[in-house]
Design a protein. Structure first.
Length: 166
């Protein structure tokens, strides 16, 4: 009899643990990426960054496709991409909010490919620029939000990004 009661109690405990796992996921905190980008650029000196706006078919969309292939074709909640018009600038900031975890992983891959492309010497990549990208470029993510930053203060900027979600 004690065995049956013990087994029933164990079964109830297992079922209660499983039901706790089946709840709705916590809703992600909403972050205004445009405001965050402006705050970052005000607090950290970036030199001559221009917003790559995909709606601007002449310049913005071309800048995006050349530097972040595939990003302009994604259906994102938010995107704030700031690039230098001159190749060796010492900075870059790209922020995106995807609509799903799968799309966030794609954005992260695009951002990581950007770093990979800039950390190899070759046409358009000056040795000083390669060094900066090697030591200062970081990708950070939180849920569906992804950031790429290339700046000497990248560690601090990543910390500011992570603080947005606390």
């Amino acid at each position: 009899m004690k065995r049956i009661i013990s087994l029933c109690a164990a079964a109830v405990l297992c079922l209660s643990l499983l039901s706790a796992c089946g709840g709705k996921p916590a809703e992600e905190k909403k972050v205004d990426l445009a405001a965050f980008a402006q705050e970052v650029m005000a607090n950290h000196e970036f030199s001559a960054l221009e917003k790559a706006d995909p709606a601007d078919q002449e310049v913005g969309a071309i800048m995006l496709e050349n530097n972040y292939p595939g990003l302009k074709n994604m259906d994102l909640e938010q995107a704030e991409i700031y690039l230098a018009m001159i190749s060796f600038s010492g900075g870059e900031l790209a922020l995106a909010q995807a609509k799903s975890a799968e799309d966030a992983a794609k954005v992260k891959g695009i951002f990581e490919s950007r770093i990979e492309a800039k950390t190899t010497e070759g046409p358009g990549n000056y040795p000083e620029e390669v060094e900066l990208w090697l030591h200062s470029a970081k990708v950070a993510e939180h849920g569906t939000y992804v950031m790429l930053v290339n700046h000497p203060d990248s560690e601090a900027i990543v910390s500011e990004f992570e603080a947005l979600f606390k």
